[in-house]
Design a protein around this ligand. Structure first.
Ligand code: CDP
Length: 209
């Protein structure tokens, strides 16, 4: 079974995808980490993320980099959304994701374009969303825990800017696939959101016979 989980920043897609992976015992790939790894390489080499050739030159990296907690910072996330708009960067990371999705036994991937580009054939597609303010509040708490001194207003502005970049880019924009089930986590606890996600997967499995 292939499960595709897409949605914007801090919608809860990562938490839901990880929990579904445990529940169904499936391998999981957080595809945002791939773009974050490219961003981290760009930063380390002092390159310009807005220049496609610079970003493309940063696309080869070892899987070990994906475990680096340094990838999870806000700065890297912002640069990730700049490098991810380049078609050649997306092309460089495409096969790795398609291979992961189509491995024997199935897989679960979360990102922005899993149900539309990476695995349009996924058995189950979820599009996870929440209001920008609620996502900003969640991200603000996370960042404060990491020790960042940033206002809620600034986090909200960053979230809106990132949504705009991710959904307006011409290549593989963030988009709900027509056959994806919508899961709004705005007023759900993590556990309630997970139960809803499992119910959606089960309904899809029943419908497929
Ligand atoms: O959860 P959050 O948005 O903070 O970060 P992420 O999922 O790690 O994604 C970081 C950035 O990578 C996003 O803003 C997107 O621009 C990009 N991305 C993408 O274009 N396609 C994906 N499948 C996953 C991430």
């Amino acid at each position: 079974m292939i499960i595709a989980v897409d949605g914007p920043a801090a919608s809860g897609k990562g938490t839901i995808a990880r929990a579904l992976a445990r529940h169904y015992d499936l391998p999981h790939l957080d595809t945002g980490l791939l773009y974050r790894a490219v961003a981290a390489n760009v930063l380390r080499e002092g390159l310009n993320p807005a220049v496609e050739a610079d970003a493309v030159a940063s696309c080869s990296f070892d899987d070990a980099l994906l475990d680096d907690p340094g990838l999870r910072t806000d700065e890297v996330g912002k640069i990730a959304s700049v490098v991810s708009a380049h078609p050649l960067v997306r092309a460089a990371l495409l096969n790795r994701q398609k291979k992961f999705a189509h491995q024997p036994g199935g897989a679960i991937l979360d990102g922005r374009d899993i149900g539309t580009v990476i695995a349009p054939d996924a058995d189950v597609k979820l599009f996870v969303k929440a209001t920008p303010m609620i996502r900003a509040q969640r991200r603000h708490i996370e960042l404060r825990k990491q020790g960042a001194n940033i206002s809620l207003d600034k986090v909200l502005a960053d979230i809106r800017a990132r949504d705009e970049r991710d959904s307006k880019r011409s290549e593989a924009p963030m988009l709900q696939a027509p056959d994806a089930a919508l899961l709004d986590t705005s007023f759900l606890s993590i556990d309630a959101a997970l139960q809803r996600a499992i119910a959606l997967v089960e309904a899809k499995k029943r419908a497929a016979g």
